[in-house]
Write a protein that binds this ligand. Structure first.
Ligand SMILES: NC(=O)C1=CN([C@@H]2O[C@H](COP(=O)(O)OP(=O)(O)OC[C@H]3O[C@@H](n4cnc5c(N)ncnc54)[C@H](O)[C@@H]3O)[C@@H](O)[C@H]2O)C=CC1
Ligand SMILES: O=C(O)C(=O)Cc1ccc(O)cc1
Length: 314
């Protein structure tokens, strides 16, 4: 008997996340038929060479015609264009979801283009790496990771249950929250760390003209960890910043206040304040590790080739 949860799944966007979904769907037989659409002929050809699907389209509209589940995995700034294109071609009863790192903006962009006869449920697998493109994905990416769904009130419960079942079959644990709450939480745990990494690596790069090659030569593991995050896809992170502006600015304001306080402690030699903070944060890390929630990227150290050049003409 088939283990397939859906007859036809269509993946729009086949980069790190889309191709990881394709691989786990294939590996676990979660769909009878996988259709792939992306706007770049070169990326589509890579997906075909990698054998990620059964059918390939450059037109998202054509690709969704038969789909029972549509998963949009494109930079969040492209969500509205995709929704506008696919909306009129969706099959009655289809479930449409996405994987974008921000949620309020995606819901605002996509919901108005969804016909009444489909179930739109925005989502976000909290799983990824600094790599991008179809060759960078892997079937185990979602293993043991959270996936957050942000359904609008009144969404069909059966559709939510089916999508939850899909992510669980991919290896994820699933939670639900409203899009605005998601965006606040993710601003502090994901968006700020990336912005801080981009900033510190940029600052070090500026300093390098003064210190010549010392930044690279003596870079310790702390700095190297920042360079991994700062190597993340520029288009994706530009879009995250533009589409979660309010929550990011709110968290940055709080962060800057705390940084000023730390700066004052260093300036005035307030060892007690420094020790208090560093002891508290060490405890946080230890409890995360003890709870088995060490969130280091699962393929850290892999060197998957970067095949989809962000921002390249498509
Ligand atoms: N990279 C990560 O670690 C994670 C990313 N996400 C989210 O997943 C989404 C996809 O990210 P990745 O797979 O990492 O990006 P990626 O850059 O690897 O892939 C994006 C894909 O979308 C395609 N694309 C771009 N605009 C399109 C359009 N208008 N129509 C059709 N296809 C289009 C590109 O050709 C590419 O195949 C983003 O919204 C991101 O915020 C979510 C969790 C983790
Ligand atoms: O590579 C890392 O450390 C990440 O943090 C991956 C990641 C990036 C964006 C997301 O929305 C979710 C996960």
């Amino acid at each position: 008997m088939s283990k397939a949860l859906f007859e036809n799944i269509t993946l729009i966007g086949i980069g790190l996340i889309g191709s990881s979904i394709a691989r786990v769907v294939r590996a676990k037989g979660l769909a009878d038929h996988v259709t792939i659409a992306t706007r770049s002929a070169e990326t589509l050809e890579q997906a075909r060479t990698l054998g990620l699907g059964d059918a390939y389209f450059l037109s998202s509209a054509e690709a969704v015609a038969n789909a029972d589940l549509v998963i949009v995995s494109v930079p969040v700034g492209a969500s509205e264009a995709v929704a506008r294109e696919i909306g009129p071609h969706l099959k009655p009863g289809a479930i449409v979801t996405d994987v974008g790192s921000t949620k309020a903006s995606v819901v605002k962009q996509m919901q108005p283009h969804m016909p009444d006869h489909v179930h739109f449920i925005a989502g976000h697998p909290i799983a990824g790496t600094e790599q991008s493109g179809p060759a960078a994905g892997f079937a185990e990416l979602f293993d043991g990771r959270w996936c957050i769904l942000t359904p609008s009130p009144g969404t069909d419960q059966q559709a939510i249950a089916r999508l939850t079942g899909f992510w669980e079959a991919c290896g994820s644990k699933v939670d639900q929250m409203d899009p605005e709450h998601h965006d606040l939480v993710l601003a502090i745990v994901s968006h700020l760390p990336h912005i801080i990494a981009y900033n510190i690596v940029g600052t070090a790069d500026d300093l390098e003209t003064v210190t010549e090659s010392e930044v690279i030569k003596y870079s310790a593991s702390g700095f190297r960890d920042f360079t991994r995050l700062a190597a993340s896809d520029p288009v994706m992170w530009r879009d995250v910043c533009l589409h979660n502006k309010d929550a990011i600015l709110e968290m940055l304001a709080r962060f800057s206040e705390d940084l000023s306080s730390l700066q004052r402690a260093v300036r005035w030699g307030d060892g007690e304040q420094l020790l208090d903070l560093f002891t508290r944060t060490r405890g946080i890390r230890r409890s995360i590790v003890e709870a088995g929630q060490d969130t280091e990227a699962p393929n850290f150290g892999r060197n998957a080739p970067k095949t989809d050049v962000p921002g390249a003409p498509e």
